[in-house]
Design a protein around this ligand. Structure first.
Ligand SMILES: *[C@@H]1O[C@H](CO)[C@@H](O)[C@H](O)[C@H]1NC(C)=O
Ligand SMILES: *[C@@H]1O[C@H](CO)[C@@H](O)[C@H](O)[C@H]1NC(C)=O
Ligand SMILES: *[C@@H]1O[C@H](CO)[C@@H](O)[C@H](O)[C@H]1NC(C)=O
Ligand SMILES: *[C@@H]1O[C@H](CO)[C@@H](O)[C@H](O)[C@H]1NC(C)=O
Ligand SMILES: *[C@@H]1O[C@H](CO)[C@@H](O)[C@H](O)[C@H]1NC(C)=O
Ligand SMILES: [Zn+2]
Length: 476
């Protein structure tokens, strides 16, 4: 029995085949060693230790009561596995005697980011300077940029399963189709991405010039499109959404419910290492953290959406949000977004009296896995130009599985910011609440992998009150 337990990690991860690998971690021939990883860990830890009084000062402040009321998250306690939250994943083998199998999170920053030494030093400096007003979303340092004139080469580790490979290919296709980046398979090219499985889901941020090949860990626990595209977005050069300088305007970070030693994962980072690309905060960005991340009490949120209705959009891993595509295309100066997927939608005209329709989609007898493609259906409810739509849901589907991010069946409601992800629900959390469109259209999207979506919806048009706000337009 003992023997089985001892060898289990190897059975899961694959034993090293080359003795040269014994001195290296992650990737052979890479300048990565356990010592280097420990050094980087220490740079960050020391910086935060020096700032502990500040961090502690933020402990114990519970969110304002009204946020708890505003937050329409799932009503039961079902959670789903959050792939990039590597805190429990034992993954990276170090081969320094004695043999160690260590937690991936001991080497990563914000759970799934492998910082390089330069990035760690820069972050440490700004942490010690108390630079909390900084902005962060995408890389600034040009040595971290990929060159769009040449492909971004990648290789699959032979230990990845066919299912994993198919999922990563889907994610690569997504970025090839939706940006001017050109990922291309090549097992010999310099600076290639090495798609592998090394203890959970993680990546470096941007191109690592000193690495012959850089690891992107996208193994068995990461095989949804959302997670694979998230890790690739780190490799392309993006940080997490909630690290943005303006995040406090959009989310409340509840430090009273964050494991104290993990509080550094919620700091804001410096402007000289990042840019916001003039993009608005998007709760549904595929780079937004799961709202229970690093919780002391895992039945309570650590991140609360300040905007009514968006709690459940955070951590969605269905696919990158439209704003994520725009971000990648802006960072790389793509001349235009390569393909904007156009959907067929059902158009519904609102009149001044309440009308009802059933937003129904999917097959009551169907079931697919959470990593399979979902069925998507679109409805647009339109009021005459100059008026607005009032909208409420009156019944929720009996078959819904009520859980965070709604991976099985959900409805996305967009009141008019079509450049951003909408509110999502899979429960009765929105029932009988009246929402009003920003302009004259409300867009609904049904996302179904299980059973049939069936929400009863009531809508009507109402005159615009007061002075009309100017339409929000975000350049593409
Ligand atoms: C969810 O968990 C909380 C705290 O443990 C409990 O009070 C509540 O009743 C649970 N809700 C459901 C629907 O099980
Ligand atoms: C990008 O690649 C092209 C083609 O190989 C090369 O001419 C150019 O100098 C590269 N740009 C940078 C910034 O390295
Ligand atoms: C995009 O253009 C800006 C402004 O000209 C430039 O500073 C930046 O380096 C460019 N980005 C890339 C990835 O080439
Ligand atoms: C899922 O979507 C991908 C990319 O759009 C497509 O190539 C693939 O055929 C789809 N799979 C199924 C089972 O429909
Ligand atoms: C959809 O929901 C409505 C309202 O609850 C109900 O009358 C109808 O039978 C449902 N349809 C299906 C196919 O379940
Ligand atoms: Zn991440």
């Amino acid at each position: 029995m003992l023997l089985i337990l001892f060898f289990l990690p190897f059975a899961l991860l694959g034993a090293p085949t080359n003795p040269k690998a014994l001195n290296k971690i992650l990737v052979e021939e890479n300048p990565e060693t356990p010592e280097k990883r420990k050094k980087i860990r220490k740079i960050i830890d020391t910086a935060f230790e020096n700032r502990i009084p500040r961090v502690q000062g933020r402990q114990g402040v519970a969110p304002p009561l009204k946020l708890a009321v505003l937050n329409y998250g799932p009503k039961n306690n079902q959670t789903r596995k959050f792939e990039e939250l590597n805190s429990e994943i034992n993954g990276i083998l170090t081969f320094n005697p004695p043999l160690q199998l260590i937690k991936t999170s001991e080497y990563t920053f914000e759970s799934d980011i492998m910082l390089n030494e330069n990035q760690a030093n820069n972050l440490a400096k700004s942490i010690e300077n108390g630079n909390y007003r900084a902005k962060r979303q995408a890389i600034v340092d040009t040595t971290l940029f990929w060159n769009t004139s040449v492909p971004i080469y990648y290789q699959f580790d032979s230990k990845l399963s066919a299912t994993n490979i198919a999922n990563v290919r889907k994610a690569i296709k997504f970025w090839n189709d939706n940006s001017c980046l050109n990922f291309k398979e090549d097992s010999n090219a310099k600076n290639r991405l090495f798609m592998s499985s090394a203890g959970g889901c993680w990546s470096y941020v941007g191109k690592q010039v000193d690495m012959p090949y850089q690891m992107v860990s996208v193994g068995p626990s990461c095989d949804t499109l959302g997670t694979a595209t998230h890790e690739l977005m780190h490799a392309i050069g993006f940080w997490h959404q909630q690290s943005r300088s303006d995040r406090d305007d959009y989310v409340y970070v509840d430090f009273s419910n964050i494991i104290p030693s993990q509080a550094y994962n919620f700091q804001k980072m410096p402007l000289d290492q990042a840019q916001l690309l003039n993009l608005p905060y998007d709760y549904g960005s595929v780079m937004q953290y799961y709202p229970y991340a690093f919780a002391l009490d895992s039945s309570k949120y650590t991140i609360l959406a300040k905007q009514n209705g968006f709690q459940n959009s955070m951590g969605q891993r269905e696919a990158p949000a439209f704003s994520d595509l725009i971000g990648v295309n802006k960072l790389y100066n793509c001349s235009s977004t390569q393909s904007i997927v156009s959907f067929q939608s059902i158009s519904i005209e609102a009149t001044s009296t309440w009308q009802t329709f059933n937003a129904k989609a999917g097959d009551p007898n169907s079931y697919t896995s959470s990593s399979d493609n979902s069925t998507n259906c679109f409805w647009h409810i339109k009021a005459p130009v100059g008026q607005k739509v009032e909208f409420k849901m009156t019944t929720a589907p009996m078959s819904a599985i009520c859980m965070q991010e709604c991976p099985w069946q959900s409805i996305e409601i967009n009141l008019g910011r079509f450049d951003l992800y909408g509110m999502i629900t899979c429960c009765d959390t929105f029932l009988n609440q009246v929402f009003t469109s920003e302009q004259n259209t409300i867009a609904l999207r049904g996302i179904i992998r299980y059973n049939q979506l069936n929400y009863s919806i009531q809508y009507r048009s109402v005159p615009t009150q007061g002075t009309a706000t100017s339409p929000v337009c975000v350049s593409r």
